[in-house]
Design a protein around this ligand. Structure first.
Ligand code: C5P
Length: 295
């Protein structure tokens, strides 16, 4: 019985955002991949359902009693028959919070997969995905951690084209960015993107081909995010100046940015240089693709 689940960082390789609908939500079109770095969710015996948060970024969630993991666990247990199992969860928070990495959604997805498997809750994949989607726009995509094209609010998923595993570097300037605030700034600019899926090959044969194609795509939230958090612009400028960077872009609503490199050696070199230049930033070497194993 699995007792541990991996909650990968979500990366929006591109993110096109349209004008908001009547409900205030924005239609989007995004190619999402998942990193082999992320949080960890562990199931253990407990007197009552609770979530213990620890890890380097755990303190940033400590005040939030009702985090997404707890909401996911409660939603799943509401569908369980019989006496409530005496379990708790611990969340090792290795990803920065409010960072454009879908961390909360990914943690919730990991908790849902883990509890369904470990406790034998009779919920099929479609229902599990609906629970995940009810917790946030990225919830459904983050539940499975497979590369996908996401549309609608982010909940309509189709498989991504075949891609090589991407050698990458993630950089966060240790600034928290509020997603609703970035969307409000995006609305204020009034420059809405086209959210029709762009023509896409069935497969990208090389990372160079993928990076060149991504260069024609955008993250429509990047300009408003830089307006709110100029540090995002510093990260993008730093990554773009380095010769190993094939493409640098912000993920989600920021502030984390990613750089794609041609090889593992180049990505190692880029991560080391950025870390030396800006030891105050969170800089992590990773691979993008997915799904990644739990243990
Ligand atoms: O669903 P989630 O909690 O991730 O969304 C956070 C906020 O981001 C929403 O409250 C909304 O302001 C904004 N959002 C949006 N359109 C989307 C996704 C998120 O306006 N497609």
């Amino acid at each position: 019985m699995s007792r541990i689940a991996f909650a990968p960082a979500k990366i929006n390789l591109f993110l096109h955002v349209g004008a908001p609908g009547g409900d205030g939500y924005h239609p989007l079109c995004s190619l999402m991949a998942f990193a082999d770095v992320g949080d960890r969710v562990v199931l253990h015996e407990a007197d009552s359902l609770s979530v213990r948060v620890h890890g380097p970024f755990g303190g940033m969630l400590a005040g939030e009693g009702d985090n997404l993991v707890l909401r996911a666990a409660r939603a799943l247990l509401a569908r369980a028959r019989g006496p409530q199992p005496l379990v708790g969860l611990s969340l090792e928070k290795l990803l920065p919070v409010a960072a454009g990495l879908g961390g909360g959604s990914s943690d919730a997805g990991a908790a849902l997969r883990l509890m369904r498997a470990a406790l034998g809750v009779q919920v099929d994949d479609v229902e599990l995905e609906a629970i995940a989607a009810s917790l946030g726009a990225d919830g459904a995509a983050c539940l499975w951690g497979r590369p996908v094209l996401a549309q609608g609010r982010g909940e309509l998923l189709t498989p991504a084209p075949q891609m090589p595993t991407i050698e990458a570097v993630l950089v966060n300037p240790r600034v928290e960015v509020s997603t609703p605030a970035v969307y409000r700034a995006f609305d204020a600019l009034g420059e809405f993107g086209d959210v029709a899926p762009p023509p896409m090959p069935a497969a990208f044969e090389s990372v160079e081909e993928l990076a060149a194609w991504l260069g024609m795509m955008r993250n429509d939230l990047q300009v408003p995010a830089v307006g709110l958090a100029p540090e995002v612009g510093d990260v993008l400028a730093t990554l773009s100046e380095e010769r190993e960077t094939l493409i640098a872009r912000m993920s989600g609503s920021g502030a984390t940015c990613f750089a794609i490199c041609a090889s593992d050696i180049e990505a190692d070199a880029l991560a080391a240089r950025v870390d030396a230049l800006r030891p105050d930033w969170w800089t992590v070497r990773c691979r993008l693709g997915g799904p990644w194993p739990d243990a």
